[in-house]
Design a protein around this ligand. Structure first.
Ligand code: SAM
Length: 276
């Protein structure tokens, strides 16, 4: 039968993938890190028993974190990614010619090291000369930044361990301060089937901080429930009022200008999470 890896979402539900072999396993200073070679999804990064990314479906998540805010902003030049040590969001950010600098602040250097080794098609972009990689706490980095970034993307783990502060109102206020006057921020905000309270809370906190706050979704098969949410806060630019000429042709597998509009159309039970 081989070995199977299961990410348990509750005591009654999980997602499972067949594993050919373990490529690496260690307890880092921050979390349990595992790199698995799976039978279906290619190499898979697992942190604290939760799937972070797989070679086969990573493009959905990384494109949707990066391109929705970057096409909403009319001229993004300076971009920050908090977390995201696998490099996938940075790879997508670099597809935008306007971007002059992309900074990655990842707390766990081991995630970067083993992503470069076992996920080269994802992490290779970290070597680009427009990229600065900092190993440190994203919360502290935000606290020190002011009026600096056009777009900030929070590609974090779930709100456990080192990522707890990245889901706090104080963090979103810090992000607003770190952004320029027409800046945009987006964070991954988990799934609406099992994490409804989290999405409701993040939406409410972001809405108190940003004039334009919206939730959008994407379909990601290796994340629990498959339906994933992202929450965007924008000071000026509305993602649903983007000039069509803004959409330039970049190489993607999931994101299109039509998806840009459609991803904000929420199923009713998800839309209800954004009501007061
Ligand atoms: N796409 C994934 C998901 O939604 O399951 C998450 C990607 S994973 C690369 C997220 C990264 O956030 C991890 O490498 C983790 O080390 C990092 N991280 C967690 N807390 C952090 C913090 N306070 N500052 C910077 N990075 C952090």
């Amino acid at each position: 039968m081989g070995t199977w890896f299961t990410e348990k979402q509750t005591d009654h539900f999980g997602i499972t993938a067949k594993v050919n072999r373990s490529l690496h396993s260690e307890k880092t200073d921050f979390q349990d890190l595992e790199m698995l070679e799976t039978a279906e999804w290619g190499n898979m990064l697992v942190l604290d028993d939760m799937v972070m990314t797989t070679e086969k479906d990573e493009f959905v998540y990384h494109e949707m974190v990066a391109h929705v805010p970057l096409f909403t902003h009319p001229n993004p030049k300076n971009v920050l990614v908090v977390g995201g040590g696998d490099g996938g969001v940075i790879r997508e950010v670099l597809k935008h010619e306007s971007v002059e600098k992309a900074t990655l602040v990842e707390i766990d250097g081991k995630v970067i090291e083993y992503s470069k080794k076992y996920l080269p098609s994802i992490a290779g972009a970290l070597e680009d000369n427009r990229v600065e990689v900092k190993v440190g706490d994203g919360f502290m980095h935000i606290a020190k930044s002011e009026n600096e970034y056009d777009v900030i993307m929070v590609d974090s783990t779930e709100p456990v361990g080192p990522a707890v502060n990245l889901f706090s109102k104080g963090f979103y206020e810090g992000i607003a301060k770190a952004l320029k006057e027409d800046g945009i921020f987006v964070a991954q905000t988990d799934n609406p089937w099992f994490k409804a309270d989290l999405i409701r809370q993040v939406y409410s906190d972001v809405k108190e901080t940003f004039p334009i706050t919206k939730v959008y979704t994407a379909n990601i098969p290796t994340y629990p429930s498959g339906l994933w949410t992202f929450t965007m806060g924008s000071k000026v630019h509305d993602p649903l009022k983007v000039n069509e000429e803004r959409f330039t042709d970049i190489d993607t597998e999931y994101y299109t200008d039509e998806i840009h509009q459609a991803c904000f159309a929420l199923p009713k039970f998800v839309k209800d999470l954004t009501k007061e």
